[in-house]
Every structure is written in C-alpha cells, then in structure tokens.
Design a protein around this ligand. Sequence first.
Ligand code: FE2
Ligand code: FE2
Length: 483
Amino acid sequence: MDSNKTSFYLLTDTHFVSKKSWVEGEPINGRERGDQIALKASPEILDEFIKKIIADTDTDTVIFTGDNVNNGDMNSHYDFRERLDRLKAAGKKVYVTTATHDYCGEGDDENIFHSCVYTETGTEPTPFMRKAELFDFYAAYGPEQAVSLHRESGSYAVKLCDAVKLIMINDNGNGRSHCGLFEDGVRWLTAEIDSSNEEGEFVLLAVHHPVISPFEVYRHMVDFEMYGGYKELSELMCEKNVRVVFTGHTHLQNIREYKGSNGNSFYDISTIALVNAAGKMRKVTIDTESGECEITSIGIDALDGVDLKSESVYSHLYHLNMPGALETLVPLANENYDEFLVKARGLLPVDMLGKHRLIGKWAFRKLAGAKLKFFMKFGKTKKLLTPEQREQIRGEALLPVVLEILRCIFPGNAPYTPDTAENIVISGVARRLDRIVNRFRIKKVLGLIPPGSSLEEMAQDFLYNNRTGSDDEITINLRGSGA
Ligand SMILES: [Fe+2]
Ligand SMILES: [Fe+2]
C-alpha cells in the first residue's frame, strides 16, 4: 500500500454465541427468530470474515464497535476474545469497544440482557460479564495501545498513523435510556478532537449507537436507541469539522449526512450486523495527502463448517430475516393456521393472532391476495403512470413488493426509485393517507411525522436510497465538505 495510505476493517454487532452456550432446540431457534440474526452460525461467520482480513496483508488494523457477544455470557466472551488473539497473532492491531449486549446489568444500570445457555427445553443461567469487568477483559485490545484514555467510560483514542487519530467511544451509559457519554466523557472527547485539530491530524469517531437516525421515523419511535446526546454530538462534529462517525446497533447498512447550522456536514456510516443474512464488514482507506476517506463493504460467499445445502450464504440464512420468514409464513397462515402459529412464535405476536383467529386468517388472506392495482386506485395515481406501467401494475401482487421493501431495510439500497411504478403507486397511497391523517388529526400517526415532513416523504426512505446513492460505499473528504 502507498505510504500515504492507511486502512482498517470495521466489524460490528457480531453477537457471538459460543457453541458451549446452546444445544439444538426450540429455545435457541426461537431466540434467532426473535433477534433475526444468525446466532448459531455466529462463530463460523466471524471466522470467515477473519480469514479475509488475515489474507489482506495491506491492512493491519481491525476494529469492533460493540454487541460483540449476544447476551453477556462468559463462554461467548472467552471464545470471542480467542478470535481477537488470532487476529493479533496474524499481526493485526485490534481495537474493541463494547455495548449493551456485552454485559448484564446490576444495581442502577438499566441493561435488560440476561446471560443464559439454551437447553433443549428452556434456558439456564450461566456466569456473566459485569460492566465493571469489561475494561480489564478487553484492555489488550485498545486501551493498552491508546494515546489517550477515558477510564470512566472505557473510551480511548488510538493513532492509525501519524496523521490519523481514531476515537473509540464506549457509550454504554446507563445501559438503556442513555447510551452515551456522561459530562466528563464529553469534556474528554471535545479535548481529544481539539488537540487533533491543533496538530492538524484527521479525526475519525466510532461508537455503537447511531448519531444520525437511519430513517427519520426511527428516532421518533425509539429516541432512546440513539446515541445519548446525539444532537449535541452532531453539532460538535460540525463545529469541529469531524467528518465521519462509524456506528452499529441498528443492524442496518445505512449512510447518511447531517448538515450543521454552521454549514459543515458529517456522515454517519452505519454498518449492518455481521451476523445478518446479508452481513458485511466495512473497509476504510484514508489517503493522508488528499484527505480522501474511501469506504467500501465486503461480504462472504462461503461458510466453512456449515452445510449450506448448495445455497449461497445469504439464501441459507435469509429465513432468519423478517421478510424471509414472512415469505413462508404468509402462505402457511392460509394453508394451516395452527402450524403457522407455531412457526411464527418469537417473530409475530402469536398469542394475539391465536386469540383473534378469524381476523388473523382474514388479514393474511387479504395480504396474500392483494394487488397493486387496488392501491393505484386508492392513491389515484393511474394518470401518473405510463401505459406500460399501468399494464405492469394490472397483474402485480402487493406481497412481493412489500417483502422486497422489508428485505432491503437491513442491507440498504432498496430498488424503487421515483420513476418506478411501485414508487409512484406507494407514494400515492401515502399522499392520500397524509390527507386523511391531517383531516382527522390522527394523533398517533401525526406524532411519528417530523415537523415539515409527511408520510409520503418518509416512505421514500424505504423505497430507494434517497440519501447518498449507495449504502455500501462512499468517498468522503476529511478536510471538509468544500475541500
Ligand atoms: Fe446489535
Ligand atoms: Fe446494540
């Protein structure tokens, strides 16, 4: 690699579950369905990515941004750390932060995770990580290489090369309603940015929780899932001209820009969970002369130790994602409602669906049979479509379009750009709903719509990448938006 370039890999939300922590059975399978990630294959998935990282001799740094294990159990922490040892033995510098899945809360901490092993019929408690023990457990992977350390939070700064400083923010906060730094941590972070700016170094931030909401509706629904103090950090980044923060937690591949009141902007590079069916890691390359920071994404196409049954890794794990499960569950609800209720446990509210069988059956029958043509009429968009698009809509079912939209939520890059028939029809429906919601002042819906926005505008977030063009790659100039 050119001497003026430095690069690293970023992996997040590895949600590692040790093979010692489960046996085959409904408890672990139900947990996978609920979490919609590949817990059972998490060791094989991480190993596959590690193989790729070790094979890249140009890149000597690897970072992990939390939710390294799934529920704080020690079996998983020991096995996960063994992987870090392997990377270190291969000559890689490894920097780790932790998040709420990495420990179990005690006392005032609001963390809700419980460490367990999954037996054939249930779960049993197992030794777990305490928050205060995390720092020492992972000290060899970040804190010991740090040029600056904030002991209270476990945050630290490392140098990627002379010209680039990476600040790894540990944002455990109180474990749930405030996942961010407390006052002293904010002071430390600000001083770290200031000292780099004085030295003329580039600064990158990495933190577990999102700083920019991946979809506008996300922060309106679950503000506490954002980085605690995200508004202040956003303004601070603009004020100090810090151009990039790498995040995880949402499990979404999503790149978004925030424009500050002083005219500066920065990007939140949110990376998909490594254990999603479409899991990827980011490769980040910084050219210290031009200031260009190039971000790409890399997935895996093999999974040693798992019988893929001639499928791709993605197809094999796709059933764990909500749309993958719905693809089988919707027809099943129409064929055999009892079996549907069993298979949907953990993913859908089966108790409610079992109690209201008639309504449930009716809804799934409607969903399976619905045609886009009906929605074209509802949204009054016939005149906006070309003759070819009208022909296309005539026979098109709603369900595959809904599943495609859901399928793209995690890996990003949904396909329905404004010129497509699907976008025109769905936008029309949202426009009509906007009129209804405003006319009847439906408060529950109005409360989810940000000021000045609309359901129509919010729908675009899910129909195509209306943000930066691609959720997989981008090049950002670290000197500033005008550089
Ligand atoms: Fe996570
Ligand atoms: Fe998380």
